[in-house]
Design a protein around this ligand. Structure first.
Ligand code: PSV
Ligand code: MN
Length: 396
């Protein structure tokens, strides 16, 4: 490989940032229940503490995503507490995620509910998120719309599209020029016949209807088996409509497993698509990399640190693709050479170089080991065990 490997990796890692999800530190799990962990965060202060620790260990996570009802149950009134925690823990508030799936009113939809009063309630919630994001200096508002139906013929899919367009236009009008609306899609769950924003095409059209600051959010777990996610990424890049990612891994559906645990090559292919676009255009792509995982089996802190390290390692591999050579090989349709050029970057063991980058930044060389040796997990286990004992594990 002719590239300056260390230089390429260091440069790539210097600019790589990934956002932590507040909910990944709490006792979340599956629809069927959760295995309670005594060290899980039980309130916002603990979530910020944990996020601060992950950032301290990895140096790559300056922001934490907030889920509105879970983290700021009193809306704007909770902003001061978030600001205080941010400065105490050294992590800023990141994307603001509205919640359209918890309230009983949303049985027939939130922004797409046939009842105008419920649509208004949902829109008011989204507008609150814009105002909260503004106060917190958060750039991205990231709505995921669970709206859908379970039985054919029971809803007008077209009417609901119009309601979504109206709501997003109003939301866009309320945003400041620096804010972005990232529209996330998902094929199914909680509804199983139709989901209003089921794929990237629907999210793209809604974003276009909303206005220029609306973009698409790709959650890697929200695709059908064998779907070519990097191709979706390529199209969104081409259209200038890629806003960000929710990273996780999946085997069957939206499994929320740790990034790269099932298919690291998939993550590499996504990162490559972005880096290839940057190489070709000479301009950095402004996409938000965010984690969206629920750790039911692994320890919350270990899973998060492992995820960040994996993201850094796979991003570093993608930085090793010899773009100039690959481009020539593609032009000449040299299939095996092109594939080997591409894959040889993936096969590289970048871990020693990632370690040397960490050393150069004054960070710990091995964040997982440092976490284990820090005593942090023992400490939070002691502090939080009692509060976690009373938590509800079952869904029924
Ligand atoms: C829905 O499955 C989703 O991916 C959305 O991003 C939610 O905000 C998040 O999960 C909650 O974990
Ligand atoms: Mn998501």
């Amino acid at each position: 490989m002719a590239l300056d490997m260390e230089g390429s990796v260091w440069q790539a890692l210097d600019q790589f940032r990934i956002e932590l999800p507040s909910w990944g530190f709490a006792n979340t799990g599956t629809r069927f229940g959760k295995f309670m962990q005594p060290a899980a965060a039980t309130n916002l202060a603990e979530k910020f503490n944990d996020a601060g620790m992950v950032n301290q260990l990895t140096g790559a996570c300056p922001t934490v995503a907030l889920h509105l009802l879970w983290d700021l149950p009193n809306g704007l009134k909770d902003v001061a507490q978030v600001q205080e925690l941010s400065s105490k823990c050294g992590v800023a508030a990141g994307s603001i995620n509205p919640n359209f799936f918890q309230s009983q009113e949303y049985k027939f939809g939130a922004l797409g509910n046939p009842d105008a009063a419920i649509r208004k309630q949902a829109l008011d919630h989204l507008l609150d998120c814009v105002a909260i994001a503004h106060k917190l200096n958060s750039r991205d508002i990231a709505p995921w719309l669970p709206d859908g139906s379970n039985y054919p013929g029971t809803q007008s899919m077209r009417h609901r599209i119009a309601w979504f367009e109206q709501a997003f236009k109003k939301t866009h009008a309320a945003m400041s020029p620096s804010q972005r609306l990232l529209i996330e899609y998902k094929p199914f769950e909680p509804f199983f016949y139709h989901t209003d924003v089921a794929d990237w095409g629907m999210a793209l059209l809604l974003a276009k209807a909303a206005g220029p600051q609306a973009l698409v959010l790709v959650d890697t777990g929200h695709h059908y088996q064998t779907q070519n996610i990097e191709q979706i990424v390529a199209w969104l890049l081409r259209a200038g409509m890629l806003g960000g990612f929710h990273f996780n891994d999946r085997r069957y559906a939206d499994d929320d497993l740790t990034l790269g645990s099932i298919d690291p090559y998939q993550v590499f292919r996504i990162f490559h698509e972005i880096r290839n676009y940057e190489w070709e255009t000479g301009a950095p792509v402004d996409v938000a990399y965010m984690i969206d995982q629920s750790h039911n089996m692994k320890g919350k802190m270990e899973a998060m640190v492992q995820t960040v390290c994996t993201a850094q390692e796979i991003y570093a591999k993608a930085a090793l693709v010899d773009q100039a050579r690959l481009s020539v090989l593609q032009e000449e349709c040299k299939l095996v050479e092109a594939e080997e050029c591409f894959r040889s970057a993936f096969w590289q063991d970048v871990r020693p170089i990632v370690k040397s980058w960490r050393r150069s930044k004054g960070l710990v060389e091995d964040p997982l080991l440092a976490l284990r040796e820090s005593g942090y997990i023992e400490q939070i286990t002691k502090e939080r065990a009692a509060a976690n004992q009373g938590a509800v594990a079952s869904y029924a």
